[in-house]
Design a protein around this ligand. Structure first.
Ligand code: SAH
Ligand code: F3S
Length: 434
């Protein structure tokens, strides 16, 4: 009987891809099969996120539960960003943990498994050319890493301390991986990096030809059978005209852009070291919408960054009203260890922070309700990728709206034109018209 692996993945899409890499190695090299039931697993992995404080506190309570209820002799491994930043401390606080594997060390999974109390968390470890075994959760779309780490030093962000400096993955490796995924039936690629449009800034080999993100997109879009390209996350600072023009004019690039604003106040953006102003952000949105009217735009916003005044918050609200984002991920600022902002002393009162977050989220809901109402009777091409409940199949439009229609497996991996017949906050319902 094969050994069983239970893996829980928290955080961003890069963590999801790291989990796929670990599953691949454990299947190929160690004969594991995945299970959804941790109580029957021989190995329990938690792939952690440390971007905000809450998930870290949750980790230790969860580890306690796993330890109490796990199968006799089962191992527990802690991987990902919290592993990178807490390292050995995890084993000190939870001595039953078998190993700790950092976000930039996932290629060592099959090895640490056999070294009790191993701690591998080097953030300078270079996995940019590592040939990972192949495993994909979805046959219809493929996550592909294009870089590791992040070179920005946003003052609130722990990621550069958990994933290290930025290194781009050679473009020929990326293209080969995309080709392989297409051969196996994936028509959509999702390119991943902490700052994708900084691609090409540094390769592991100094001999590597200069290729920037726009050029990488051009090269990838030549792959026959590859129909859709998505990516996350681009940085507003690096959204030059050449990039926006390629985005707008290349039919294979999906017309949905994530533009992490963080704050609408130029003063706060400066304190965050984001490298752009409110005006630059609005100018980029204007250019994007002018060139590509159908684009949907999503964003990340942090409220109550240290020193954020009422007027600063008003600037964020002003940007929201001007841009009318299609999706917002909003957070209260959470101080993180080893970041510059951790030492800022002008914290915003917790009640003010909560009020601002509620206000912003209510405004967003109102904007989305207005925007969604306009979707009725529109026709979109949907790429179906998931079986939904109650006899529905779900997929995404080019500009990233989720749509479900009545149907079954045979729709999976297919493109169909769908007319929208009902509106929901997170999902639209439709009927196939062609
Ligand atoms: N490069 C990635 C950033 C990863 S962190 C990207 O652009 O998506 C994802 C989001 O978490 C950030 O955009 C930010 O909005 C939020 N975040 C990061 N650090 C945070 C902190 N200390 N407090 C609150 N939110 C934070
Ligand atoms: Fe974090 Fe800023 Fe990089 S948000 S991941 S340091 S671009």
């Amino acid at each position: 009987m094969s050994k069983k692996l239970f893996i829980e993945t928290l955080g961003c899409a890069m963590n999801s891809r790291d989990s796929e890499h670990m599953i691949a190695a454990l299947k190929e090299k160690e004969g594991y099969e995945t299970t959804d039931d941790f109580k029957s697993a021989d190995l329990i992995l938690i792939n952690t996120c440390s971007v905000r404080e809450k998930p870290v506190a949750k980790l230790f309570s969860e580890l306690g539960v796993f330890n109490k209820k796990k199968k006799e002799g089962a191992k527990i491994g802690v991987c990902g960003c919290t592993a990178s930043h807490l390292g050995e401390e995890i084993i000190k606080r939870a001595p039953y943990v078998s190993f700790v594997l950092g976000a930039r060390n996932v290629s060592k999974i099959a090895e640490v498994l056999h070294r009790d109390k191993a701690v591998e968390v080097d953030i300078n470890y270079d996995e940019s050319e590592f040939a990972f075994d192949d495993f994909r959760t979805s046959p219809y779309k493929a996550y592909i890493n294009i870089s590791i780490g992040c070179d920005k030093q946003c003052t609130f962000c722990i990621v550069p301390k958990t994933r290290g400096d930025e290194i781009s993955i050679p473009d020929d490796l990326i293209i080969n991986e995309a080709r392989k995924a297409v051969e196996r039936g994936a028509k959509e690629m999702f390119l991943l990096g902490q700052n994708v449009n900084n691609y090409g800034r540094r390769f592991s080999s100094s001999e590597h030809e200069k290729v920037n993100f726009t050029e990488l997109l051009r090269r990838l879009s030549k792959i026959e059978g590859l129909e859709r390209i998505r990516f996350t996350s681009p940085h507003p600072f690096h959204m030059d005209d050449e990039f926006i023009e390629e985005f707008a004019n290349n039919p294979k690039i999906c017309k949905s852009m994530h533009m992490p604003l963080q704050s609408g106040s130029t003063k706060v953006l400066r304190e965050m070291k984001r490298g752009y102003s409110k005006e630059w952000f609005l100018n980029r949105v204007e250019k994007l919408r002018a060139m590509c009217p159908q684009v949907s735009i999503s964003t990340d916003i942090i409220v109550a960054f240290p020193g954020e005044s009422d007027a600063d918050f008003e600037d964020t609200i002003d940007v929201m009203k001007q841009v009318r984002f299609d999706q917002i991920f909003s957070f209260k600022y959470s101080p993180r260890p080893e970041t510059e902002a951790e030492h800022f002393t002008n914290a915003v009162e917790p009640e003010t922070a909560s009020e601002r977050l509620s206000y912003l989220q209510a405004l967003n809901t109102a904007i989305l309700d207005e925007k969604n109402a306009q979707q009725l009777d529109k026709i979109y091409t949907v790429y179906f990728e998931d079986l939904h409940t109650n006899g529905y199949v779900a997929g995404r439009t080019d500009n990233n709206f989720v749509v479900k229609v009545k149907g079954s497996e045979e729709l999976l991996g297919e493109f169909k034109d769908v007319k929208i017949t009902a509106i929901g906050r997170t999902i639209l319902t439709g009927e196939i018209v062609a």
